[in-house]
Write a protein that binds this ligand. Structure first.
Ligand code: ATP
Length: 476
């Protein structure tokens, strides 16, 4: 890749000076003029063909009226060309979605390619260290296609030979600032090729009111908020276990309450049972009648409730064994969701060693064997360190809300999550901006997705309690 420059050879040495400066006589090869002309003309033709190939619509928009104008004069050109823009404006007004999909985002992508990415590519690459300036030449990663969606630009990049994804992941801040975006996400398309995602606007910047309670009983996926592309955030609760980690005030409550809210019709239909462990006595106690007798607050009650859940699980396992390998929620065997707020109160911070052992053993049993028989655990905790939560790896799905330290991100979401853009330690501590905002890694993709849970207010919880607590005072 790196050419040997003329002058490397010692035989071309002309002089040296006492201060060690060395002067070389470069080898000069005279190129015939005709070869230079041929090279320039072929470059011009290749450039034209490339432009035509890459931007057919833009070329047509410019070429057709210009040709008409040249052939028939500007009046005829105007008359013949006017219907096209009028039709396009009408299309944009009548069917915005299809116009955006077929024309709007492409035009925007073309504009942003030229104005943002191509214009700033060389300085951003060199200054961030992703490009190399060697012996007077710039070696830059190749800027590929730019596509736009409603919320972000996706920029395809061909890395320099020898570069690693980590080289890019380490510079996401430089890339975001360099191209004027609030953040940057790196994902691998194939060997040597990356996609950089630069959000243009942030649909998660404003708090989201509670999602309406579904009309139809559903055991999931439950809609609990939105993803950063504006689409609904659907949380799978049946057939998995969830760990929600976030510093104090990160909004763990909004994930727990949004999930409960989405499951209430299924609770009423008898397809789901919600079991609540509330050692902090702050979060779940607010709607405790929704959980009926399956609510525990003291460590002893919590240990007992967890052991009851283990019994249910084992009884089902004995019954299902040899007959069925997965669970379908029914009134006889509803899906049991065990919700634990601040699980570390029961494990790491529990002074009574016997209780601590019982709770840890029950949680480990539920998280290793509960999935197939319809018993799931959703646990929230503030500190994701291994010493605090020894069984955190037994939760297949993890959600990282605002965290205090960058190292905690990979502890929650798995190795490399922060490098791929899960900047949970950068989420704003201001509740309006950052509460309920977090990152999830879906089973189908290693790339983290930024999400925001809807905020279930005290008034919403009161309304849920009024509507879904039966006359006897216990949730059905
Ligand atoms: N999804 C949300 N959207 C907007 N604001 C929210 C959201 N969730 C929570 N908040 C705000 O942030 C505050 C703290 O939220 P919450 O109590 O749920 O945090 P937490 O993570 O459970 O904290 P702690 O661990 O201290 O209990 C709430 O009082 C509310 O004002």
């Amino acid at each position: 890749m790196f050419r040997k420059l003329p002058g490397d050879e010692a035989r071309n040495l002309v002089t040296t000076t006492p201060d060690t400066a060395v002067v070389f006589r470069p080898a000069v090869v005279t190129t015939p003029a005709i070869i230079t002309v041929i090279i320039l003309v072929s470059r011009l033709i290749a450039g034209l063909v490339r432009t035509l190939w890459r931007h057919p619509i833009a070329v047509t928009v410019l070429a057709v009226p210009s040709t008409l104008c040249w052939l028939y004069g500007w009046r005829v050109a105007l008359l013949l060309s006017a219907p096209a823009p009028t039709g396009i404006v009408a299309w944009a007004l009548i069917d915005r979605a299809s116009f955006a999909r077929l024309i709007g985002w492409r035009l925007l992508a073309w504009w942003r390619l030229i104005w943002i990415y191509r214009r700033h590519w060389q300085p951003v690459m060199i200054v961030s260290g992703l490009g190399k300036h060697l012996r007077g030449r710039d070696y830059l990663p190749r800027l590929g296609k730019v596509t736009c969606t409603a919320w972000a630009d996706r920029v395809t990049v061909r890395m320099l030979d020898g570069q690693a994804v980590k080289d890019w992941a380490d510079r996401i801040e430089a890339l975001a600032h360099g191209f004027g975006a609030p953040s940057c996400r790196v994902s691998v398309v194939k060997a040597g090729r990356l996609v950089l995602t630069f959000p243009r606007r942030d649909p998660l910047a404003v708090p989201l009111p509670a999602i309406p309670i579904p009309d139809v009983p559903t055991v999931g996926p439950v809609e609990i908020g939105i993803q950063e592309d504006g689409s609904p955030w659907l949380l799978n609760v049946h057939g998995t276990h969830k760990l929600v980690a976030g510093a104090t005030g990160a909004g763990k409550g909004s994930i727990i309450w949004s999930t409960i809210r989405g499951l209430l019709p299924a609770v009423r239909a008898g397809l789901v049972e919600l079991w609540a462990l509330d050692p902090k006595l702050m979060e779940l106690s607010f709607g405790r009648t929704l959980f009926g007798p399956r609510y525990a607050a003291t460590p002893e009650e919590c240990a007992e409730l967890l052991e009851q859940a283990v019994k249910v699980m084992q009884e089902r396992a004995a019954r299902f064994g040899g007959h069925q390998r997965s669970h379908t929620p029914t009134v006889e065997d509803p899906f049991v969701l065990v919700i634990v707020d601040e699980v570390a109160f029961l494990t790491a911070y529990q002074a009574d060693r016997d209780l601590k052992r019982r709770v840890s053993a029950a949680l480990a049993t539920l998280t290793t064997q509960g999935r197939a028989v319809g018993v799931g655990v959703m646990a929230a905790l503030q500190d994701p360190r291994k010493e605090v939560m020894t069984i955190r790896n037994l939760f297949p799905d993890k959600i990282a809300l605002r965290l205090d330290e960058s190292e905690q991100v990979d502890m929650v979401l798995g190795d490399g999550a922060r490098d791929r853009g899960a900047l949970a330690d950068h989420i704003s501590p201001v509740p309006e901006l950052g509460a309920g905002v977090g990152y999830v890694r879906l089973e189908t993709s290693p790339d983290p997705i930024r999400v925001r849970a809807a905020y279930v207010s005290d008034a919403d919880i009161r309304a849920m309690v009024t509507e879904f607590t039966p006359a006897g005072g216990e949730a059905r």
